[in-house]
Design a protein around this ligand. Structure first.
Ligand SMILES: [Fe+2]
Ligand SMILES: [Fe+2]
Length: 331
């Protein structure tokens, strides 16, 4: 049987448990928080006063902070890209041969529904803060969606689930660290909001980790090789193609990444730590019954965090002040 068929078979097997995954890892719209819960109520007579308070507090936070929050928001707002990508993975289909609903498509839609609230609440908050140039942000978002992305997984479900396991934890780290900074500066509402977003990301991370865990049971060698492949090629950030208006594709990503690192929101050490956590979650050291190639992959993965940690220690983060159009005043 070809590798392709085995992957499809594994996806079909896991699909049978989709309802329990949705039930366990996702929350229904009526039960979960909604953006409105964290924002001033525009129907209330206190609305303008509450907005004024947000604007005042927002002055306290430095430009680097806003740059990171803007890029995080834009990354969340590019959700159509991620949904389209996931719907294209082998084994995921919007059209089952028998005309029934495909379980994986159901998962992707429910996950997208949850994720959609992140960009929504962040965008509204940025708008009320009065600290950023919304028009420039909107242009970057439109570009990012149009530019799409290539995360190096092709349509392989194994590689895709490694990517999502990693990336959901990365967004957890990033939103959680933003929450900590906001809290320190007395920006309680923003802190609470980002904390709740990070909670969603953690739940999603645990779901994708579970999918991979299940795949390891069915197809350990191929899953191990897929994990190694993703780690060797590095996990690219979804905002890789970030650009300004009239800019070139991806021309401000490195600058944003440097700002995020010097602010301590998402650093190289976080990257290494995530690999370590994935190794532990999947008990990589205990997986047996592997081909010799997959055994080598396992050894590579076990040594990887230590090796990357040493490299990361040597990296110096520049203190250069960059100009982001998102921070320009609208004239
Ligand atoms: Fe998100
Ligand atoms: Fe997420």
């Amino acid at each position: 049987m070809s590798l392709y068929n085995i992957r499809l078979e594994v996806m079909l097997t896991l699909e049978k448990s989709i309802d329990s995954f949705v039930e366990k890892y996702l929350i229904k719209p009526e039960k979960i928080w909604q953006p409105t819960d964290f924002l001033p109520n525009s129907q209330s007579k206190n609305f303008i006063d509450e907005v004024k308070e947000i604007k005042e507090l927002s002055k306290e936070l430095e430009d680097d902070f806003w740059v990171v929050l803007v890029a995080d928001t834009i990354t969340e707002e590019a959700l159509p890209t991620y949904e389209a990508w996931l719907l294209d993975v082998e084994g995921v289909s919007q059209h089952n041969k028998d005309g029934g609903d495909n379980g994986w498509a159901k998962w992707v839609r429910a996950w997208t529904g949850e994720e959609n609230r992140h960009g929504d609440v962040l965008n509204k908050y940025l708008y009320l803060s009065g600290r950023v140039n919304m028009r420039e942000i909107e242009i970057t978002t439109q570009h990012l969606i149009a530019d799409g992305f290539d995360i190096g997984t092709a349509r392989d479900p194994y590689k895709n689930f490694v990517y999502t396991s990693f990336q959901e934890l990365a967004t957890y780290v990033s939103h959680n660290n933003v929450a900590k900074i906001a809290h320190k500066k007395g920006h309680k509402l923003l802190a609470k909001m980002c904390k709740r977003i990070s909670g969603d990301e953690m739940r999603h991370h645990l779901a994708y980790v579970e999918f991979v865990r299940q795949i390891f049971k069915h197809d350990p060698s191929e899953m191990m090789l897929a994990f190694q492949h993703m780690m060797k090629h590095k996990i690219v950030m979804p905002a890789l193609h970030l650009r300004h208006s009239h800019g070139q594709k991806g021309d401000i990503f490195d600058q944003f990444s440097i700002v995020a690192q010097r602010l301590g929101v998402y650093t190289g050490f976080n990257y290494v730590d995530i690999i370590k956590k994935l190794n532990i979650a999947w008990e990589i050291d205990k997986i047996t019954g592997l081909t010799s190639e997959a055994e080598k992959a396992r050894d590579y993965l076990m040594k990887l965090p230590e090796r990357m940690y040493r490299i990361t220690e040597r990296i110096v983060i520049p203190n250069t002040q960059y100009t982001f159009k998102w921070m320009n005043q609208i004239s």
